[in-house]
Design a protein around this ligand. Structure first.
Ligand code: AMP
Length: 126
C-alpha cells in the first residue's frame, strides 16, 4: 500500500483555516462539519486531522489514539444529530468513499453521516 497525500485538497485547506466550514464538532484528532452540498436533512462530514487519503490508509497508518478519537467523533455527531436508533432516533448511514470506483472527490479521508429522512437501499443495482 502506498499513498501520497496532496496537502492542497479542500479539506486540508479547511483544517489549516484557509477556507471556512460549518463546524459541527472538533476533537483533538478530528473535525466534523456540514457538507456544502447536502444530500439529506443531516449531512455531516467527519475527517481526521492527520494526512490520510482514505479509510484503509487511515486504518493502517493512524495511531490508536487517532482511530479511537475519529470513531468516537462519529458517534458524538450521531448523538448530536439525534439519529441514534438506540436513543429513539430514526437512524443514519455512514459512507466513506475511497478511490475511483467509489468516486472519491476529495483525497482526504472523510466519513459522510447522512440522516433525517428515509435513505432507501444502499445500492440501486449490482
Ligand atoms: P466524496 O465524493 O465522498 O469525496 O465527497 C466529497 C464531499 O465533500 C461532497 O459531498 C462535497 O459536497 C463535499 N464538499 C466539497 N467541498 C466542501 C466544502 N468546502 N465544505 C463542505 N463540504 C464540501
Amino acid at each position: 500500500m502506498s499513498y501520497t497525500y496532496d496537502d492542497q485538497n479542500i479539506f486540508a485547506k479547511i483544517l489549516r483555516g484557509e477556507i471556512p466550514c460549518s463546524q459541527v464538532l472538533e476533537t483533538e484528532h478530528s473535525l466534523a462539519f456540514n457538507d456544502i452540498s447536502e444530500q439529506a436533512p443531516h449531512h455531516v462530514l467527519v475527517i481526521p486531522k492527520g494526512p490520510y487519503v482514505c479509510y484503509d490508509h487511515f486504518a493502517t497508518a493512524a495511531t490508536d489514539a487517532e482511530v479511537v478519537d475519529f470513531t468516537r467523533a462519529i458517534g458524538a455527531v450521531c448523538k448530536a444529530l439525534g439519529v441514534e436508533p438506540g436513543a429513539g432516533g430514526s437512524g443514519y448511514r455512514l459512507i466513506a468513499n475511497s478511490g475511483a470506483h467509489a468516486v472519491q472527490e476529495v483525497p482526504h479521508l472523510h466519513v459522510h453521516i447522512l440522516g433525517g429522512r428515509p435513505l432507501g437501499r444502499m445500492l440501486k443495482q449490482v
